[in-house]
Ligand binder design. Structure first.
Ligand SMILES: [Zn+2]
Length: 368
C-alpha cells in the first residue's frame, strides 16, 4: 500500500470540509470551538486564560471549514488542520495524515476489532484534551492488538505456558496481544522517552459498572519467556478520570450466570487465571492491592471468594481483609490465603505460584 500523500488528503478534505474531520477526531475538546468558528473559547490544550481577566484565548479561524486552522494567544497559530492536529495530539506529520486518511476512508485499513467504548470521564475531570488523548491512545492501542488465538500471538502463549497457564481460555474482548508496544519512561529532565518496543499482554479494565476505562499492559520478552526487563513491566495506560477505576476489575470471565456460583477476585491476571484453572470459578483480576480493597461486585453476586496474595509486607492480606470486612455485612465472603510459605528470596507468594508449583511438581518457586 502506498503511503498517503498530503495532496490526496487535502483534495479529499475539500469535499468534506475540515470541521467534519476535526469533529470526528476531536469531538469533545474542540466541541465549543467547532460550534462557533471565529469565536473565542477556552484553549483545548492549556484551558482558560486568566491573564487580564480576558478569558478565552483559542479560536478556529472563521474559514476553518476550508483550512482547518486555528490560533491560541498563548500556544501559537496553526495555519491548517494538519498543523492543528499535530499540536493537539503531539502527532508527527505522517501520523496526522494517516489519522485524517482513516477518517476519510482513504486508508485501506484492515477491518478493526470491536473497540470498547472507553469511559469519557471520572469524577475528577482532567483537562478535556488530556482525556481526549488518553481515549485516543486507548482506542489506537486496542486497534493495533490481536486476539490471543492469532498465530502472531505466540509470545503471549509462551509467556502463559511458562506460568502453567497454557490451557487458559482468554476472552478476546478482554485480553489481547500487542506485537510491539512502546515502553515509555522519563529522562533526567523529566521528558518522556521511549525505551523500546515489546510484545505485550493487554487487558481491559472496567469500572464498577462494567464500563471499559483503560488497558492494563504486561510487557513481555520478545520470545515470551518471561516479562520484559524493564523497571515496570506491568502498567496501566493513562485514562480519563483519576477515580474512574475505583471498584473496578479486569472481568476475565462471565460472572453471575447462576446465583450459586461464587465470583472470585484476585490481584493479578495470572493469579486469576490460575485460580480459574484450579477451581473452574469465574475470577476477576483487580490489578493491585489498592483496587482489590475498593472492589465492588455486580449486584447479582451473592458469594465472593477473595484469593489473596501472601505478601511479606502484608499488603495483600490487609487489602483482602479490608474488602472482606466491607462486603461481609451483605454477602457471603471467604478469604483464601495461598498454602505455601513466602520463599526466602521472594517478596510474597500468590495462587499463581502455587498453581505453577503444582503443575511442575516441584517446590522451586520462580519468585516472579
Ligand atoms: Zn493554548
Amino acid at each position: 500500500m502506498h503511503a498517503i500523500e498530503s495532496a490526496d488528503i487535502r483534495q479529499a478534505v475539500r469535499r468534506t470540509g475540515w470541521l467534519a474531520v476535526l469533529e470526528a477526531l476531536v469531538p469533545e475538546a474542540l466541541g465549543p470551538a467547532l460550534r462557533r468558528p471565529g469565536r473565542h473559547v477556552p484553549c483545548p490544550v492549556h484551558g482558560k486564560a486568566r491573564k487580564n481577566g480576558r478569558g478565552d484565548g483559542f479560536r478556529l479561524f472563521p474559514d476553518a471549514d476550508r483550512t482547518g486552522g486555528g490560533i491560541c494567544a498563548t500556544c501559537g497559530a496553526y495555519p491548517d488542520g494538519l498543523a492543528l492536529l499535530q499540536w493537539l495530539f503531539g502527532w508527527s506529520f505522517p501520523e496526522a495524515l494517516t489519522q485524517v486518511g482513516a477518517v476519510l476512508g482513504l486508508t485501506g485499513a484492515p477491518a478493526r476489532p470491536l473497540v470498547p467504548a472507553f469511559a469519557r470521564t471520572g469524577t475528577h475531570r482532567p483537562h478535556p484534551m488530556q482525556a481526549q488523548k488518553a481515549r485516543h491512545n486507548l482506542r489506537r492501542t486496542w486497534c493495533e492488538s490481536l486476539p490471543p488465538s492469532h498465530p502472531d500471538a505466540e509470545p503471549l502463549c509462551r509467556y502463559l505456558a511458562g506460568r502453567g497457564l497454557d490451557a487458559a481460555v482468554l476472552n478476546p474482548r478482554v485480553v489481547r496481544f500487542h506485537p510491539a508496544l512502546a515502553y515509555w519512561s522519563r529522562d533526567a529532565e523529566d521528558r518522556p522517552i521511549c525505551l523500546g518496543r515489546f510484545p505485550a499482554m493487554l487487558a481491559l479494565v472496567s469500572d464498577a459498572n462494567g464500563r471499559p476505562v483503560t488497558l492494563h499492559r504486561t510487557y513481555l520478552q520478545p520470545d515470551g519467556r518471561g516479562k520484559a526487563s524493564v523497571r515496570s513491566p506491568k502498567k496501566l495506560m493513562a485514562h480519563p478520570g483519576t477515580d474512574a477505576l475505583t471498584g473496578g476489575a479486569i472481568r476475565l470471565f462471565r460472572a453471575g450466570a447462576s446465583r450459586h456460583v461464587a465470583l472470585g477476585v484476585a490481584e493479578g491476571i495470572e493469579t486469576a487465571l490460575a485460580v480459574h484453572a484450579m477451581t473452574g470459578m469465574p475470577v476477576w483480576a483487580c490489578v493491585s492491592a489498592t483496587l482489590l480493597k475498593s472492589f465492588r461486585p455486580p449486584v447479582e453476586i451473592e458469594r465472593i471468594m477473595i484469593w489473596a496474595d501472601n505478601d511479606r509486607s502484608g499488603a495483600g492480606q490487609r487489602a483482602a481483609s479490608a474488602l472482606g470486612e466491607r462486603l461481609g455485612g451483605s454477602l457471603d465472603v471467604h478469604i483464601l490465603l495461598p498454602p505455601a510459605p513466602v520463599p526466602v528470596n521472594a517478596r510474597g507468594v500468590d495462587w499463581a505460584d502455587c498453581w505453577l508449583m503444582r503443575q511442575s511438581g516441584s517446590a522451586a518457586l520462580s519468585g516472579a
